[in-house]
Design a protein around this ligand. Sequence first.
Ligand SMILES: [Zn+2]
Length: 425
Amino acid sequence: MALAFLMLLLACSPQLQQRLVQQEDLIEIRSKEEPTKTSAFRIGGPCLDNEAYAPDTNYLDHTPMKYIRVNVHWFNTADSSKNYNGQEAIDFTRGLLSTANKDLARNQPMWLPSGNQTPTLPIRHRYVLTPRPNDPTDDGIYFHYVNDESCFLIHKGRNTNLYKRGIIRKFGIQLDTVLNIFIMPHHPDSVASPTYHPSSTGVALGSVVKVAGMIEDGGPSWEFRSLINHEVGHIYGLTHTWAYNDGCDDTPKHSQSCWSRNQRPECRDQTSNNVMDYNAEQNAWTPCQIGKVQRRMADLKSRPRRFLQKRWCQLNPQANITIRDSIRWGGAKDLEGHLTIAEGGTLTIGCRVSLPAKAKLTIQVGGKLILQDGAQLHNACGDQWEGIWIEEFGKKKGEVLFEGQPEILDAVNGIDLSQTVEKSS
Ligand SMILES: [Zn+2]
């Protein structure tokens, strides 16, 4: 008897269900005023705000780490007398990339302006030495022994070849998917000139970074780590900060007259340590600079996006994200795992969000998804994701609200929000 009663009770009590969202689940909301958050370095409308791409230290997993594929080329004369060779060059390469990554892993507080409160946020990109696939002999480090002048870097003067691209076409490897770093000797004639300084120097040219000064300096690889971070900063859209408007208000202009703090007494308070200035440190990145790099990486049309490992194309359960608070994503994101909005969580999306193949967006009972005008849920790899699922318990269910005409693309149950707009108007 008691068992029968228990079974009856079970049958009548509501069960937690999970199902794909249907057209009738969607609730249109009247467009309220744009969020009026005025940002010091806001430069445009939705998806263009650098600040929206800066990592949130409370939710670092919402900004997945990006890995830049690089390879390294050592240029030398045919008699191999002008640059590092063999194991020495291989060790230099590995040391250079690992110390550059270490600097990225420990961003430093800004020195300018004096007394600033600029937050020191984590930098969310790293380098990965990347050989050609399917070639076990390839380690991503290449040697070119060249018979003519093209092996040298001439960074100024009448014969400068800093911006010449012929050498890129000739020696570049996997230029479409890997950022090539060319390490070149200075020209011996330049080195002999009293007005030419064969110092560490570089240039960023689309898919190639050319650098020089290693062999002439003779110092250890780590001395050049900031040169790499500076030039790759250019590749991802950063410009020098000291004299121009670089689109970031947290990178102050300054006289650039001090190289290091100990140079002269007044340099104590006037020296920059920003990565995009010229100085002895080059290891401080501002929130705007970090955000700007992430924005370029998330821009589907940007060329340097192609250098990134496409970690967002495969579902990684280690990268699942659960929203438990009120969160707004105003910048584009490429997620790598499932996305869940838990009870009490509200996720407002104002820009592009890619979910990997087989990933689900689940809204639990008491959770809320708000899609703003300009929001786009899709898969950035040409695959399909599993769509929006809502949990239901009795009369309660996860909620989906939208305003304007956001898009849900590439989902197994592609619901069309424009249809819903039509119905409700
Ligand atoms: Zn520069």
